[in-house]
Design a protein around this ligand. Structure first.
Ligand code: SF4
Ligand code: SF4
Length: 164
């Protein structure tokens, strides 16, 4: 798995043009069964992929923290929200709260998340490959294939299975 993770930025770069063309066509004419197909591809891939052997998303990007995330996680730590923000977060260029640094401070050496049950919504949904109307997050997905081996494999499988 580590070899694939190390090679992923190059693999994604090599596929970038092909992926752009594919998603441009997908957005124009998404197949009727796309939601079902994505569910199937997502489930198949995550039966093979063990996130605990990877954690590349937690190591390299980290999530946005919504007000609800901040409320829930600071409660878990029995901290005041402002104290939680000052300790762990910063505002990015788009005025969203993000981690002060990566790898994520809540990631253990064993790749377990120490706040798993209350983790940000963005973490629990990443890499978003089972969401409905998947074509609407094409640009995000094109970025995610360089970070997430599962997203990379899912997009490769999509290109085989969907004729546009
Ligand atoms: S909060 Fe947990 S799941 Fe989210 S980036 Fe940090 S370690 Fe990963
Ligand atoms: S979601 Fe993707 S990048 Fe994150 S741990 Fe799982 S396979 Fe790795």
């Amino acid at each position: 798995m580590q070899d694939q993770i190390n090679n992923l930025p190059k693999l994604a770069k090599d596929k970038h043009k092909e992926n752009k063309t594919f998603f441009t066509k997908l957005k124009k004419k998404p197949p009727k069964q796309l939601d079902y197909l994505m569910q199937e591809l997502h489930e198949e891939e995550f039966e093979r992929t063990d996130c605990l052997k990877c954690a590349n998303c937690c190591k390299t990007t980290g999530p946005l923290f919504t007000p609800k995330d901040i409320q829930r996680i600071s409660k878990f730590f029995k901290m005041k929200e402002q104290q939680f923000i000052e300790t762990y977060l910063r505002l990015d260029d788009e005025n969203d709260y993000v981690l002060q640094s990566v790898p994520c401070t809540f990631l253990g050496a064993d790749n377990y998340c120490s706040i798993y049950d209350v983790r940000p919504k963005a973490c629990s949904e990443f890499p978003h490959t089972d969401r409905k109307k998947f074509q609407q997050i094409s640009n995000l997905t094109i970025k995610n294939v360089a970070i997430c081996p599962a997203a990379y494999n899912i997009v490769e499988e999509m290109k085989k299975r969907i004729q546009l």
